[in-house]
Design a protein around this ligand. Structure first.
Ligand SMILES: NC(=O)c1ccc[n+]([C@@H]2O[C@H](COP(=O)([O-])OP(=O)(O)OC[C@H]3O[C@@H](n4cnc5c(N)ncnc54)[C@H](OP(=O)(O)O)[C@@H]3O)[C@@H](O)[C@H]2O)c1
Length: 310
């Protein structure tokens, strides 16, 4: 039987994924017809990364699953016509990219690269940074991305504490959960990494009260979502020196408007939502495996828990 796979991703992505996915499906023994224009009622699986969150999926009456290309789901799962199972993307290329981005930015601040390594003021200041074991890091969110970052940083010798919704065990990482756990991780974190999803429970999680729990001068890295941070509270904490620097990759409004105060603030580094992206060669393997599972009647990987919102 030939499985019909519909791309709702924009044509550019369809072109990027068509060959890698055809190869990956052949490798798991699935004969498939990949297109953007199958009649909706004939489609078996949807590959999903819509530019418009309000896509009407009600005609896809026999689709067994929608398979997302993105890790984040907050703009997708509110669609009332998304009635079939929805699997988000957990891709080893995406994870590796995030580990590299987070590690690079942690090392920038840990080593004081801006002030010391890139000196322009002719000051022969021989103070050396502490070793990693004396640098305390916090990671909020210990999922596919946060756990990989936390364990990599712990492997470099950093003193890492992490926080998740449910209790967790990770090699070399002091894992916390719940309200008291959040306070413990914040008060530990000289460098704090945000890798939480955007849900009702995480919106503005880094507000003025939580920012005040950080060690004075802490650095914040946010490759998670803009809505995790109360922006006015962060700007005030930067001005007061409570936060020493913020490197922000995700924002409430993207692209970040030219007049946004983050652009001009000397304590902020803006990166344009490029911390990591889904890589077609590796992501195609995940989609193919989920289609294989669907055809074999096995449970899908990476299904979104719509009640939890991620
Ligand atoms: N900037 C970029 O380029 C980029 C790229 C990809 C992804 N992202 C962002 O990164 C986020 C994380 O991705 P992921 O794949 O690691 O997600 P994930 O696997 O779903 O992990 C989410 C983590 O957050 C925790 N969490 C969720 N709600 C919580 C709450 N209310 N309190 C405490 N912990 C909570 C989860 O706890 P449990 O372990 O207990 O479930 C889990 O550890 C995505 O949602 C997306 O927003 C950004």
């Amino acid at each position: 039987m030939i499985v019909k796979v519909q791309f709702i991703t924009g044509t550019e992505r369809f072109e990027e994924y068509r060959e890698p996915l055809a190869r990956a499906l052949a490798a798991v023994g699935i004969a498939a017809d990949l297109a953007e224009d199958h009649p909706e009622a004939e489609v078996d699986y949807i590959v999903y990364a819509p530019s418009d969150a309000a896509v009407d999926l009600s005609g896809y009456s026999r689709a067994r699953a929608a398979l997302g290309l993105w890790a984040g789901v907050e703009t997708i799962i509110g669609n009332p016509t998304l009635t079939m199972p929805y699997a988000r993307m957990v891709d080893e290329g995406l994870t590796q990219g995030m580990v590299e981005w987070v590690t690079g930015h942690v090392l920038r601040h840990h080593l004081g690269m801006d002030a010391d390594t890139c000196r322009r003021d002719a000051a022969w200041d021989t103070r050396v940074p502490p070793l990693a074991g004396n640098r305390r890091l916090g990671v909020l969110g210990l999922g596919a991305l946060g756990a990989a970052c936390a364990t990599t940083l712990a492997g470099l010798g950093f003193d890492v504490a992490g926080w998740s919704r449910r209790p967790k065990t990770l090699d070399g990482v002091a894992c916390h959960a719940g309200g008291d756990g959040l306070a413990a991780v914040l008060s530990h974190a000289e460098i704090l990494v945000l890798l939480l999803p955007h849900t009702a429970a995480t919106e503005n999680i880094l507000d003025a009260d939580r920012l005040a729990l950080l060690p004075k001068g802490a650095v914040i890295l946010n490759p998670g979502r803009g809505a995790l941070i109360d922006d006015a509270a962060l700007l005030a904490a930067l001005d007061a020196g409570q936060v020493g620097h913020a490197t922000l990759d995700a924002f409430r409004v993207e692209p970040l408007p030219p007049d946004d105060p983050y652009w001009a603030h000397p304590g902020v580094t803006v990166t344009p939502h490029l911390a990591s992206v889904t890589r077609p060669e590796t992501a195609a393997l995940v989609i193919a495996e989920n289609i294989r599972r669907g055809e074999a009647g096995e449970p899908f990987l990476h299904l979104v828990d719509r009640d939890a919102g991620y």
